[in-house]
Design a protein around this ligand. Structure first.
Ligand SMILES: [Zn+2]
Length: 946
């Protein structure tokens, strides 16, 4: 379908009155040596007319296009520098036209040059382009629809009725892939209007950012295109290139939304009913954001498209949101409440982006945390609005905080604001910290300034900067001014300075609170928290502006979220220590950072820890707010791990879990136990003591929640208890508690025998994993077969793949890696599969050797180096001895050149291995002795302390 295309495109209505030919011969020396990683600022694109003809003929999966970019010259120049990559551009058909008042002038092109390093396509004009004038550049290009899941790519599925493979095309442009689909000024600050024409077979559907304006027949000299039409879309408002989107497919849709904006949720016809939930919730979430932010966007139609193969989880394109299909499918009858909540989170995040990122866009990628942080935080508010029974405000905030506290601790972590100088750096800046640290800083800010200041500041900011690019600077000013007016912040304090201390520095602080019991005061100091406390001694000077909130045994002020004090910084990052008076009576505990509103850990003197420990291990433990119970668990585990506190105290604190009924403290503890489980599992004696301790803690809760008992179905227990049951039963089975293992095996056997899967959806990961871990090879084969044969399990694909990695058969695991990496259907789950095998004690050496032996193939397969780096990180986390490490360091050193742009991440992988090995050296015996002492003591005195 490609060949006839050039003649097919409708002739552009640009009339060249005359051309100016170069007098001199084309010469390479005409190019100035421009090597900067950002585009020159001499040109400002204003409008793109983009025409793309897509062929979904299985033998010609290609596209061909023409773009006319109208731009203004801000600084006179002889060159037009824009982005293009992997495109075949027809250099003979480049046209450059200058618009005058009454006529248009065609400019001759001297030469073009491609600069691979920054994806530059540079066109040299014979005549200089004059400041203040407007020009139009036309380029004709073509490329295959790639399989790489970025740019303009192809995706497919198997029709369940006809068993035929059906092809579709779709875009994924963020952050730097628009340039692989059409030549463009591919930086976020270059916003322009787009008029998009999609040429396609008339039997198919074409979608883009805006509603369809009209459809017309595509005329051609050749008959071959007779069944092709142009779908012509309404012009967009000014948007950056990374938000442009289009797709050609044979999908069908669910229509929802009963007010201004109509939502079209597009899915392949086979699964249209599973798209209902997304269709239902999106308008409600959209309306919530619209009223919360007091701003209507110019949408009359919002498309949501489920894509069978999609690398990211979702993408917030202007008016055409794309999702990874497997993450959103939801059967109204059988899907779990947890999957509904996950779907809502994803949909809310992408909708929030329509304001944060789309309506106002960042000037450059170095502050991507602001886009992602705001979208993530707003999604929490949105999901909470949708269903407050999910307790999302607490649970999701805690999840994010724990993730940040866990990941932002390595020497090679990075500041949120980063210098970004290459496309690879842009891609890797979309990491956990951008999303979660960003979101939790926004949460902290929200709590510091209060609802009204926060929302009014945002509203004013969005309307002031609508359709422009900005780096949020004036938002911080607006917060400060309002916060001063309402006396939420002392006038000498400034939000921009506060925030800068959190975004420009790597890591986060540890607050040290040392009480003076003789005069009820406490000295408060800060330092950076390191995973190995001895590193802190040589650390360079750091200082954070820390909001301080607190509660005590006699003043249970856990809901007072505005800071009572600030720990401030001098200009040169010098700390200012403070002494607070009137803290609490001698016998009362105090807790800093109520509800974990700030992103920091707290370390107390031994006496205060003892007071806290006494209350936790008593009937009064619920006096401490549930988020702060989680905080005490996480802090004490981390402080002991890093050497700031002894394990004896940590284990004393964890002991109270046998009474804890709430989900969140348990969730926090289980996260911490994963780390200990990981590091101890290679050391038999310690591992046995550790797992015995865990069984002792977990059994009361397991029994209280009736184990895997299915008579309590999802509708009979609260959502939170259901989540709790899910996490506790997973661990109970993992720890080989007989009741759990037997019940899982029984569930699985019933399914195998009857071919009817009656396993409750929330327990499937537990049951599948347990059946695979402790079952027969035939169980593995059954589950694998089920995954392959059924087209109905897309939403379960990740769960099944995770379970299959639990096998204890080396050959099976080795073959499984081949099966996963050689089938595009599983591409999006391949990193998770690899990680699961690496985590499996038997699987670790298999995963390690596989990566080393198949590196080149995996690199091609992943294409984005981030995938391969994720594989390396998954391995690094499992290294707990020098023996494990053999081969890895040599391999990384050998590949240094390949990883040169992401060497920092490789260094952090190496650091993880060193930290793990160092921990074993320092704490294996300590943990052993403390667990042994505890087990002995428990034998003698099993009663609850008062
Ligand atoms: Zn996002």
């Amino acid at each position: 379908m490609l060949q006839p295309y050039v003649g097919v495109i409708v002739k552009v209505l640009l009339i060249a009155i005359f051309s100016n030919c170069c007098l001199a011969k084309p010469s390479r020396s005409r190019f100035t040596n421009y090597t900067h990683y950002r585009l020159p600022e001499s040109l400002k694109p204003e409008h793109y007319t983009l025409k793309i003809v897509t062929s979904l003929d299985p033998l010609h999966l290609t596209f061909a296009g023409e773009v006319i970019i109208r731009f203004q010259v801000l600084i006179g120049t002889g060159n037009i520098t824009l982005h293009a990559r992997n495109l075949t551009i027809d250099e003979n058909s480049i046209e450059l036209i200058k618009y005058d008042d009454n006529e248009s002038t065609r400019y001759a092109i001297d030469a073009v040059r491609v600069m691979g390093e920054h994806d530059y396509f540079i066109i040299h004009s014979c005549l200089a382009l004059l400041r203040g004038e407007t020009y139009a550049l036309k380029l004709v290009f073509r490329a295959p629809l790639n399989q790489l899941l970025y740019g303009y790519y192809r995706s497919s599925y198997v029709d369940q009725v006809t068993n035929e493979t059906k092809w579709m095309s779709v875009t994924q442009f963020e952050p730097t892939y628009a340039r692989t689909a059409f030549p463009c000024f591919d930086e976020p600050n270059f916003r322009a209007k787009f008029k998009i024409w999609l040429g396609h077979q008339k039997s198919l559907v074409a979608l883009s950012n805006t509603p369809l304006a009209k459809q017309e027949k595509m005329y051609s000299e050749s008959n071959e295109t007779d069944d092709y039409v142009w779908s012509i879309f309404e012009e967009t408002v000014p948007i950056p290139t990374y938000l442009v989107a289009y797709s050609v497919n044979n999908f069908t849709y669910k229509l929802s939304g009963n007010y201004g904006v109509k939502f079209y949720t597009w899915c392949r016809p086979d699964i249209i009913n599973e798209c209902e939930f997304t269709a239902q919730i999106a308008p409600e979430l959209y309306k919530f954001f619209e009223s919360l932010l007091a701003m209507s966007l110019p949408f009359t139609k919002m498309n949501q498209l489920f894509v069978p193969n999609f690398r990211a989880r979702a993408m917030e394109n202007w008016g055409l949101i794309t999702y990874r299909e497997s993450l959103l499918l939801c059967s109204l009858n059988s899907s779990s409440e947890m999957s509904r909540q996950r779907i809502a989170t994803l949909v809310a995040h992408e909708l929030a982006h329509q304001w944060f990122g789309n309506a106002v866009t960042l000037k450059w990628w170095s502050d991507i945390w602001m886009n992602e942080g705001f979208a993530t935080y707003m999604s929490i508010l949105g999901v909470h609005h949708l269903n407050s029974n999910w307790n999302f405000l607490q649970i999701e905030s805690m999840n994010n905080i724990l993730d940040v506290l866990e990941y932002d601790v390595q020497v090679n972590s990075h500041a949120l604001t980063q210098g970004i100088k290459s496309t690879i750096q842009i891609t890797s800046s979309f990491d956990l910290l951008a999303y979660k640290k960003g979101a939790m800083l926004v949460r902290m800010l929200h709590m510091v300034v209060g609802d009204d200041v926060f929302l009014n500041g945002i509203r004013e900011y969005l309307s002031k900067f609508l359709y422009t690019a900005d780096n949020y600077g004036s938002l911080w000013n607006s917060f400060s001014i309002r916060a001063h007016t309402y006396q939420r912040l002392e006038t000498r304090n400034n939000i921009k300075i506060v925030l800068h201390s959190w975004t420009s520095q790597t890591g986060y602080p540890l607050l040290k609170v040392i009480r003076n019991y003789s005069n009820d005061s406490a000295s408060v100091t800060q330092q950076r928290f390191f995973l190995n406390s001895s590193r802190g001694k040589n650390a360079t000077k750091r200082c954070w502006w820390i909001p301080i909130t607190l509660a005590s045994a006699s003043r249970l002020e856990f809901y007072k979220l505005r800071p009572s004090y600030w720990l401030e910084c001098k200009k040169n990052k010098q700390n200012i220590n403070i002494t607070l008076s009137g803290m609490a009576a001698t016998g009362d505990w105090i807790i800093f950072n109520v509800q974990m509103m700030g992103l920091y850990r707290v370390m107390y003197d031994a006496d205060n820890w003892a007071l806290l420990n006494g209350t936790l291990n008593s009937d009064k433990y619920t006096q401490i707010h549930v988020l702060n119970r989680a905080q005490l668990i996480d802090d004490s585990l981390a402080l002991a791990w890093a050497g700031y506190m002894n394990y004896r105290l940590t284990l004393d604190i964890l002991n109270y879990l046998q009474y804890e009924k709430d989900y969140l403290p348990w969730r926090t503890a289980l996260r911490g136990f994963i780390k200990l489980d990981n590091i101890l599992k290679g050391y038999e004696k310690q591992y046995k003591l550790f797992t015995n301790f865990l069984k002792y803690l977990i059994l009361p809760t397991y029994n209280r929640l009736h184990g895997l008992n299915s008579t309590q179905n999802e509708k009979e227990i609260s959502y939170i208890d259901l989540m709790h049951k899910t996490q506790i039963s997973y661990w109970a089975c993992y720890l080989q508690i007989d009741d759990c293992v037997n019940a899982s095996k029984q569930y699985f056997a019933n399914w195998k025998n009857s071919n009817i899967n009656q396993i409750p959806t929330n327990l499937r990961l537990t049951v599948y994993s347990t059946a695979i871990r402790y079952g027969e090879q035939s169980d593995w084969e059954f589950l694998w077969q089920y995954l392959q044969e059924s087209n109905n399990v897309v939403s379960e694909q990740r769960t099944i793949i995770q379970a299959l990695t639990c096998s204890r058969n080396e050959i099976t695991l080795r073959n499984f890696l081949d099966l996963i990496f050689n089938n595009t259907k599983y591409r999006q789950d391949s990193v998770a599969a690899f990680e699961g095998i690496a985590r499996n004690k038997i699987g670790f050496p298999i995963a390690k050797n596989y990566l080393i032996e198949h590196f080149d193939q995996l690199r091609d397969y992943g294409t984005i180096s981030r995938d391969v780096i994720n594989l390396i990180l998954s391995l690094a986390r499992q290294v707990t001895s020098m023996e494990n490490n053999i081969g890895i360091l040599e391999f990384l050193a050998k590949k240094r050149n390949i990883f040169r742009h992401s060497w920092k991440t490789i260094l952090s992988a190496v650091e993880i291995t060193q930290l793990n090995i160092g921990w074993i050296r320092r704490y294996r015996a300590v943990v052993h002795n403390n667990l042994r002492r505890r087990n002995l003591k428990r034998g003698k005195n099993p009663t609850r302390p008062k």
